[in-house]
Design a protein around this ligand. Structure first.
Ligand code: NAD
Ligand code: TYD
Length: 375
């Protein structure tokens, strides 16, 4: 990028990755402001940003990215020159049960943001230079066979779920606004993130919490689906690098160098929690239903349940372009990253207890078939 971002709008900044990025950006920069724009859906949580209200550089605005007029006035009021766009519906299982919200937020919402950015930045020239960075996923490329080469930036798009199709649609709109109107854009497509503040509907936090509470661990189908796991801190660094060095109109794949089957992840977490709690009377007392407290093994909680329809078999990322052009390299080893994540969830029980007490538990109960074991 040929300028230093000053006032940065982070859409979806109250979600998992967005909140990590807000913290990362405020710690990394000294000037300018961070304006979080978030609708606070079930996945948005102001607790993810707790403590930041004391920072004079941080502003929180509740709003919907589909509201183009609100976005335009935000861009102009705060002299925003950079948008980092995380806001989305992000959970594949929810997209299967109800795709409409995914089309609305991910496609229509991204388009509304692009229109507002075009009006403010290109037509009304509110700032001398700008960048629209779009955060996307490797899921737009579809599914790989066991011996296929990893996805690279020229791999054809072949999304299989309503979620990935809606993200693919948003990626295409970002490209079109660059090619057609000359909007300065960049896109990162990354693999599965994990780490602090991840909503406990996703595999890793769901498994950790269920182990601690002694609940079943649902593994879809045979569990041999492969994902590439990326610690959220590495992802945040990659986005910073894309802002600093990414070429306008370009896209970069961001991987974690950690291809693993789901069943391996679940078994690793079982062993990790059993071992971690083994010598800790305080934790065993805090989690009396955990296998460690009951003298059993967490792996006994694993239940193979009915597979997700259209379930992608394997994702893998070739991130050589990001390495070459951005200087990106993931730094977190998966085992160390999972251990640090367990420690975060153990230290932040109040954060996830509050979520389980909310509508989440009822929603899981109502919508999931996962508790039915495979025959
Ligand atoms: P998340 O579901 O935890 O958070 C999404 C955030 O967007 C929430 O704060 C929510 O309130 C907000 N939001 C939703 N609809 C909105 C709207 N209409 N207007 C304003 N805000 C709205 O998601 P996440 O896991 O942090 O993912 C962030 C981005 O990264 C998404 O675009 C996702 O597609 C992408 N991504 C995620 C992963 C992953 O593993 N989590 C991997 C690759 C890419
Ligand atoms: P998830 O965390 O939902 O991310 P994504 O679908 O975006 O990859 O799921 C990661 C993998 O784990 C995916 O292959 C589905 C699987 N999975 C389970 O086996 N059990 C679960 O309870 C969940 C939530 C996911």
């Amino acid at each position: 990028m040929n300028f230093k971002p000053l006032n940065v709008c982070i859409t979806g900044g109250a979600g998992f990755i967005g909140a990590n990025f807000v913290r990362h950006w405020l710690a990394k920069t000294r000037e300018g402001r961070v304006i979080v724009f978030d609708a606070l859906t079930y996945a948005g949580n102001v607790q993810n940003l707790a403590g930041l209200e004391r920072d004079p550089r941080y502003v929180f605005v509740r709003g919907d990215i589909c509201d183009e007029a609100a976005v335009r006035s935000l861009l102009e009021q705060h002299q925003i020159d950079t948008v980092v766009h995380f806001a989305a519906e992000s959970h594949v299982d929810r997209s299967i049960l109800g795709p409409d919200d995914f089309i609305r937020t991910n496609v229509v919402g991204t388009h509304s943001l692009l229109k507002a950015a075009k009006t403010s930045w290109l037509d009304r020239k509110t700032v001398p230079a700008h960048r629209f960075h779009h955060v996307s996923t490797d899921e737009v490329y579809g599914s790989l066979g066991p011996d296929d080469a990893p996805f690279h930036e020229a791999s054809p798009y072949a999304p299989n779920s309503p979620y990935s199709a809606s993200k693919a649609g948003s990626d295409h709109l970002v490209r079109a606004y660059h090619e057609t109107y000359g909007l300065d854009t960049s896109v990162t497509n990354c693999s599965n993130n994990y780490g602090p503040y991840q909503f406990p509907e996703k595999l890793i936090p769901l498994t950790l919490i269920n182990i601690l509470l002694g609940k079943p661990l649902p593994v879809y189908g045979d569990g041999l689906q492969v994902r590439d796991w990326l610690h959220v801190a590495d992802h945040c660094e990659a986005i910073s690098l894309a802002l600093a060095r990414g070429k306008s109109g370009d896209l970069y794949n961001i991987g974690g160098n950690s291809e693993t089957t789901n069943i391996h992840i679940v078994r690793t977490l079982c062993a990790l929690v059993d071992e971690y709690l083994a010598g800790r009377a305080d934790l065993k007392a805090a989690f009396p239903a955990s296998s460690a407290a009951r003298g059993t093994h967490a792996a006994q909680l694993i239940e193979h349940v009915r597979d997700r329809p259209g379930h992608d078999r394997r994702y893998a990322i070739d991130y050589r372009k990001a390495r070459r052009e951005l200087g990106y390299e993931p730094t977190r080893d998966l085992a160390a990253g999972l251990r640090a994540t367990l420690e975060w969830y153990l230290s932040n029980r109040a954060w996830w207890d509050a979520l389980l007490g909310r509508d989440y538990a009822a929603w899981v109960e109502k919508n999931y078939t996962r508790s039915q074991p495979l025959r």
